[in-house]
Design a protein around this ligand. Structure first.
Ligand code: PGA
Length: 249
């Protein structure tokens, strides 16, 4: 059976006071049926680690370097994230691909570095609106995924989490429909299987304008195992409502 996960992607949001209120509320709430993680900005890792101590909520970051260590000003190594209690790290978010020029090869290298440091990479793939309208969705996300599967090989690929995040749905309030998302998730799972990885065990998250009122329908789809939540992860009540929308096993 597959694990399900709801991960919050705080992006470049948060302040010490606000983080404390948010995490305190998450920790105090009843434990949902799925795994829950919060991916916080680097400077808040220590604070979040301390606030989450003893809770079932996992800690993650939003990026890591392809390098192990060295003269890479401004970069953060996956090994450093481990030292602050991270279990997860997002790699290949579309904002990093678009704004920081990350290529499919870079994203694959980051996933590899994360695994080597004992972290679970949450590998993001997704098409732009233009690509979808031109019928290129499967070609684009297939290429993004293949880069990772090729570099990692079947065995290590079985240890990642995949997140399908259509670029046109991120932060726009316009989520993919449950049918659209399921269709892409089924395609991704078939592709993972084709590469020989353990597709049935690999958690696949949907991300892009997930809210309390659309989460249940999305998470009810057979190939959607939870969500990567941006805006709604900054409000404890919304994030908790989304996490509790994951069906119990
Ligand atoms: P959103 O962001 O939920 O605000 O659309 C999702 C993401 O970018 O991971």
């Amino acid at each position: 059976m597959r694990r399900s996960l709801v991960a919050g992607n705080w992006k470049m949001h948060g302040r010490l006071d606000a983080n404390r209120s948010l995490i305190d509320a998450l920790v105090a709430a009843p434990r949902p049926a799925c795994e829950v993680a919060v991916c916080v900005p680097f400077p808040y890792l220590a604070q979040a680690q301390a606030l989450l101590a003893g809770s079932a909520i996992a800690l993650g970051a939003q990026d890591c370097s392809v390098h192990e260590q060295g003269a890479y000003t401004g970069e953060v190594a996956a090994g450093m994230l481990r030292e602050f209690g991270c279990s997860h790290v997002i790699v290949g978010h579309s904002e990093r691909r678009a704004l920081h020029g990350e290529t499919d090869a870079t994203v694959a290298a980051k996933a590899e570095r994360a695994l080597a440091s004992g972290l679970t990479p949450i590998v993001c793939v997704g098409e732009t609106l233009e690509q979808r309208e031109q019928g290129q969705t499967e070609a684009v996300i297939g290429m993004q995924l293949d880069a990772v599967l090729h570099l990692l090989g079947a065995q290590r690929s079985s240890r990642i989490v995949l997140a399908y995040e259509p670029v046109w749905a991120i932060g726009t309030g316009r989520s993919a429909s449950a049918e659209q998302a399921q269709q892409v998730h089924a395609f991704l799972r078939a592709r993972v299987r084709h590469h020989g990885a353990d597709a049935d065990a690999l958690p696949m998250l949907y991300g892009g304008s997930v809210k309390p009122d659309n989460a249940r329908e999305l998470f009810a789809q057979p190939d959607i195992d939870g969500g990567l939540i941006g805006g709604a992860s900054l409000k404890a009540a919304d994030f908790l409502a989304i996490a509790s929308a994951v069906p119990s096993p």
